[in-house]
Design a protein around this ligand. Structure first.
Ligand code: HEM
Length: 458
């Protein structure tokens, strides 16, 4: 019998843990750490769970033993049927080859062009809500999804983007609902929810396969390639040409669109929320943006002149990490902290706890963007700030995602002062794939006409 870390009594089949997790996962993991420390175990049915919160344990798990851990079987079951073998859920050698190719393809893109896409998309959709109360979470989700479709498929037609967005929402919401309720209803069942799912799956995949076939059928100059076209001719890091089949390109395109969906928008939304609670910081960031860009649009080259706005995004990612929990399944047993992790055990790293741990952050519940000033960042202990994950499975879209956060937040601040809508209190949190709000975040977008030396939009 192996030594186990401390943990709560499991009761009958761990039903009490299951109930608490479905009620409030964040609170459950927080209570476990408070009562039992950095390394905790519990059981639900046949599955043993381990929670690790210490940066040394995180390095041990996700750096040194990363190859012994896989993504959760259960998540694969619900999402692979339409994401296929895209990076997020793939494993082994195939994952390694695909990861190299996706990284190469992303490096080929024209970052300035992608930046202009995000800014134009943000300006257009924000202006439709100017002077109004808006659910900022939903608006940002649409802005970022549309931007990523334009980067991926080179199209800016609402006739393509809007139905893809609707299909993506159906796939996302159904996947989450089925995963949370552990539904085992097969997809072929003749019921309305399954019909909608099948239609969305077919439409989404077929659209991407058609776009892929169109790109393969003609010669495209490098400067005209969108990300999908780069996937098709992708190489690995040694420059070996391998390319991707239409199905591989479709899987990776779908995965990237879903990987960027919700993560980027939630990060910007939390930054806007925190700035609405801290008006002085909001004015400071807005002034920084206005001084850097004057009356034109924000551009990629401006980002280095927005240090405070960058700190705001980083602090928002610390306090409300979109990827709030990293979860793995043990594929090959190994030891951490003297505890042997058996095959099929589930391992959780609660990023939201690491980011609010008073051992690594002074006054962790306060919004203090200055803690990310370069001189302070140097003092940060490794693996205590992990919004993009850790190790070989870290976020492949992190550069693009971070740039989009900054560009869109800067565009928002240049044009509008954001305030919480009347009646909007502290938002209740939702924890499905990303950390977002349960009921949306309602904010007033007040066009900037005063207080700023050079107003950008009137
Ligand atoms: C602020 C924005 C973003 C955040 C906070 C974020 C966060 C994360 C995190 C935490 C992981 C690791 C998950 C794990 O270890 O289980 C991840 C992986 C991934 N992300 Fe992101 N992400 C962001 C933007 C994006 C964008 C824009 C894309 C695509 C263009 C993307 C595509 C992916 C993919 C494909 C993976 C899986 C990588 C692999 O397993 O090899 N992400 N992301």
């Amino acid at each position: 019998m192996h030594r186990l870390p401390p943990g709560p009594p499991n009761g009958v089949f761990g039903r009490r843990h299951f109930r608490r997790i479905t009620r409030n996962l964040l609170e459950f993991s927080r209570d476990l750490q408070r009562e039992y420390g950095d390394c905790v175990t519990y059981r639900i049915g046949p599955i043993r769970f381990y929670q690790f919160c210490h940066p040394d344990q995180i390095a041990e798990l996700l750096i040194r033993n990363a190859f012994r851990l896989h993504k959760l079987q259960m998540v694969k079951w619900y999402f692979k049927r339409w994401m296929g073998d895209g990076l997020l859920l793939n494993e082994g050698e195939d994952w390694q080859h695909q990861r190299r190719k996706v990284r190469w393809a992303m490096q080929q893109m024209d970052a300035a062009k992608n930046a202009a896409i995000a800014v134009a998309q943000a300006k257009e959709l924000l202006s439709r809500s100017s002077g109004q109360v808006v659910n900022l979470e939903a608006l940002l989700d649409r802005i970022t999804f549309y931007s990523n479709v334009r980067i991926m498929l080179g199209t800016d037609g609402e006739a393509v983007m809007a139905p893809l967005y609707d299909a993506a929402n159906i796939l996302h919401d159904t996947g989450v609902r089925e995963l949370e309720s552990a539904s085992m209803i097969p997809d072929w069942m003749p019921i309305e929810s399954k019909r909608r799912l099948r239609r969305a799956m077919h439409f989404y995949r077929q659209t991407l396969l058609d776009f892929s076939a169109q790109r393969r059928a003609r010669t495209i100059a490098d400067e005209d390639r969108d990300l999908l076209a780069w996937f098709i001719v992708s190489r690995d890091v040694q420059g070996k040409s391998q390319g991707m089949s239409d199905v591989q390109a479709c899987d990776e395109a779908l995965t990237s669109l879903m990987g960027g969906k919700g993560t980027v928008s939630a990060s910007i939304m939390w930054a806007a929320y925190l700035l609405a609670l801290h008006p002085n910081d909001q004015e400071r960031a807005a002034e920084e943006v206005c001084q850097a860009v004057g009356e034109r649009d924000v551009m990629l080259a401006d980002l280095e002149r927005l240090p405070f706005t960058q700190q705001v995004i980083l602090e928002a990612m610390r306090m409300y990490p979109a990827g709030y929990m990293l979860a793995r399944e043990v594929a090959e047993p190994f030891e951490v902290n003297g505890y042997r992790l058996p095959r099929r055990a589930q391992v959780h790293v609660p990023v939201h706890l690491v980011h609010r741990d008073p051992r690594w952050y002074d006054r962790p519940d306060e919004f203090l963007p200055e803690r990310f000033r370069p001189e302070n960042k140097l003092k940060q202990r490794p693996y205590t700030f992990i919004p993009f994950g850790v190790g070989r499975r870290n976020c492949v879209g992190k550069r693009l995602g971070f740039q989009q956060c900054l560009l869109i937040l800067a565009t928002l601040l240049a044009g509008y002062r954001v305030r919480l809508a009347p009646g909007q209190g502290e938002p209740a949190l939702a924890t499905d794939i990303v950390l977002h709000t349960r009921d949306g975040l309602h904010m007033m977008l007040e066009p900037r006409t005063s207080n700023i030396a050079t107003p950008i939009h009137s």
